[in-house]
Design a protein around this ligand. Structure first.
Ligand SMILES: [Zn+2]
Length: 645
């Protein structure tokens, strides 16, 4: 799951817009060059634009409650038996995590995962298993060697990890450690000319609090009840009823596990302007500016504390580009990415466990002279295409229609991406394995997708959806003359643009996504699609004993169903128990096999198998959202919010 995207969805209530020109000619060679690829994409786009349709954004369902034809009880009994008694979900998970390892987008390990899952599903009897390019990504990155320890005045092996796309050190480095934590830009002056070749600890200590709350949680009855009673416009995993003002919504969001995780993350990524004694009048200096200063001064390595986590757990993503301020989501200015082929140079960057970082700062403050030894060797792979793994169980009388399920296979790099999201991949793979093993013959074709590039911006699913189902053209002109918030801009501009439909737009019935960790399925986010409620109610009925009963009309964001929902296709993410997602695993070094729960993942795969089978057996296509609905909600939201100019 993509944390920043999720939070942005929650905070901004954005309508997601498909962007980019990730249109792919599947007949092209396996490794087209970037230029070839772009030419093909543009040509395709021109052709599609010429035939652009002017249909409404969402097609109204002719029948809001079609015949659902749920699987008969003996079929469900067989699915449960296969899924609980002959499960291979943990074997799949172990191979993806332990053997293949972390799967950063663009990395050789992720390519290996693409190929291994393709071959695995072929061995289970799926057809048309292939890796399919979704677009040009940029640079792959893999770690060759890393160690960091304090060697003077005493030896301290450090718990930490390089940030992804950090460059290598030319040779193992031993250097002085300097702490830089400016409160103002003027504070930086004292470090001028003093940082060349140094290892810099950037930022304040992060206070570590004892944990009185459990590390692992399941949704309790009151949380689920709140979700069930939430209104159409509320968003997020907590699903609590939507507050009426923006400030109340922020407070409400802050009280969710995601909100707390975000707050913890944000505390250390900006220099605080407040202290225990209250706000100060001094202007803050952003960490982007400080990093820019450190890079200019020639610091050899930049070390920051993990912005959340404790007890040996740290959270680490990609290296930052000096001087590049954090953008709102979606970005309002062109943003360089550290994985871009033409990314500006960045200094090597390391995240340390908070307790270790804090100790080093306290030692320096006590007058100790620290020396650190760092080895850092990495490998870049230039000009990488991104690929999804796709495979199918062919349908029978409705074989040209499609039911999809999926999860993202790429991960961050310090753990093995066990819960984010090899768990989801193993469960969706297990669901299709169960259907094949039972020799069920779905009416519609069941298609599984293992996405990549999710962590960098849902690239794999966006590209696939644009290629197979449709996309909105990029707005050629932006509203000007007055300042509008990006949220308002995008939401109001969407209905005026024409959806460019691709060949399979009318063929897709429904998409199911699993990307909230290892926790069991507790229900479904209906994404504002009220017509889905009676269908899912019926489909979940046989699983009352497995704790999966909650339906919430609310939306959830930050993962690949959003790419489908954005063009009016039914795409759903399940409600899942968090377990240790926010405390231990999500983007952390401890996202390892041991933190996955076998019983939970078996439950997920059994419910997924039932859902896709049921969807494939329906008499009609799954009902789609009504466009009017969405617009009414948006009008209501705007009336309530009264956005500040
Ligand atoms: Zn993630």
């Amino acid at each position: 799951m993509r944390l920043y995207g999720l939070a942005a969805t929650i905070v901004l209530s954005l309508s997601f817009i498909i962007t980019g020109c990730n249109h792919i000619d599947r007949a092209s060679s396996a490794n087209p060059t970037e230029l070839e690829f772009k030419v093909q994409s543009l040509q395709r786009e021109i052709d599609e634009l010429r035939t652009a349709q002017s249909d409404p954004v969402y097609t109204a369902s002719t029948n809001p409650s079609p015949t659902t034809a749920p699987a008969p009880s003996e079929v469900i009994a067989k699915i449960r038996d296969e899924g609980f008694n002959r499960s291979q979900v943990m074997a799949t998970l172990s191979y993806l995590t332990d053997v293949i390892g972390p799967r950063l987008t663009g990395s050789p390990q992720l390519h290996r995962a693409n190929e291994w899952t393709r071959d695995k599903m072929t061995s289970w009897g799926l057809v048309n298993a292939h890796t399919e390019p979704w677009g040009f990504f940029g640079r792959g990155w893999s770690l060759k060697r890393f160690s960091a320890q304090i060697i003077e005045p005493q030896d301290i092996p450090l718990i930490g990890f390089p940030k992804a796309w950090s460059p290598s050190l030319k040779s193992p480095l031993v250097a002085e450690v300097i702490h830089v934590d400016p409160k103002t830009e003027a504070d930086l002056d004292q470090f001028k000319g003093k940082l060349k070749g140094a290892i810099v600890l950037q930022g304040a200590v992060r206070e570590v609090q004892p944990r009185f709350d459990p590390l692992a949680t399941r949704d309790d009855d009151s949380t689920l009840l709140k979700m069930a009673n939430s209104d159409i416009a509320s968003v997020g995993p907590a699903g609590v009823a939507r507050a009426s003002t923006a400030a109340e919504r922020r407070a409400q969001f802050a009280d969710t596990p995601v909100g707390r995780a975000m707050a913890a993350r944000n505390r250390a990524t900006t220099n605080p302007t407040t202290s225990a004694s209250g706000p100060t009048s001094r202007p803050a200096v952003s960490s982007a500016k400080v990093l820019s200063f450190l890079a200019k001064e020639g610091a050899a390595v930049i070390v920051t504390p993990s912005t959340q986590g404790d007890g040996g757990t740290f959270f680490v993503a990609n290296a930052s580009i000096p001087g590049q301020e954090r953008q709102p989501f979606p970005a309002t200015q062109p943003t360089a990415h550290v994985w871009d082929m033409n990314a500006p140079p960045v200094p090597p960057q390391i995240t340390l466990a908070a307790e270790h970082y804090n100790r080093l700062v306290r030692m320096i403050n006590a007058g100790e002279k620290l020396k650190m030894a760092v080895e850092l060797e990495v490998e870049f792979q230039d000009n990488q295409m991104g690929y999804n793994t796709i495979a199918e169980i062919p349908g029978t009388d409705l074989a040209d229609e499609i039911v999809m399920l999926g999860a993202h296979m790429d991960s961050w790099h310090s753990g093995t991406g066990a819960t984010d999201n090899a768990a989801g991949c193993a469960a969706v793979m297990e669901a299709v394995r169960i259907i094949k093993a039972l020799d069920l013959h779905p009416r519609r074709t069941i298609r599984i997708a293992l996405w990549t590039g999710e962590e960098q911006g849902l690239f794999g699913s966006k590209g696939y959806v644009a290629e197979h189902f449709g996309s909105y053209p990029e707005p050629t002109t932006r509203p000007s003359g007055r300042t509008r918030r990006p949220t308002t801009q995008l939401v109001t501009s969407q209905p005026t643009r024409n959806l460019i439909k691709r060949s399979e737009y009318e063929k897709l019935s429904v998409y199911f996504n699993l990307d909230n960790g290892t926790g069991r399925i507790r229900g479904v986010h209906l994404e504002g699609n009220e017509a889905a409620r009676p269908i899912f109610r019926q489909w979940l009925a046989p699983f009352a004993d497995l704790d999966a009963q909650t339906l919430t009309i609310s939306k959830t964001g930050g993962t690949d169903h959003v790419s489908f929902d954005a063009i009016g296709l039914p795409g759903f993410q399940f409600i899942q128990d968090s377990i240790e997602y926010w405390s231990r695993t999500h983007h952390a070094n401890m996202d390892l096999y041991d933190h996955a729960s076998a019983e939970d993942l078996k439950q997920c795969s059994v419910i997924l198998a039932t859902f896709v089978y049921n969807a494939a057996m329906m008499d009609e296509r799954f009902p789609r959202k009504l466009r009017l609905n969405e617009r009414e909600v948006e009008a209501k939201r705007q009336a309530q919010t009264q956005p500040a100019r």
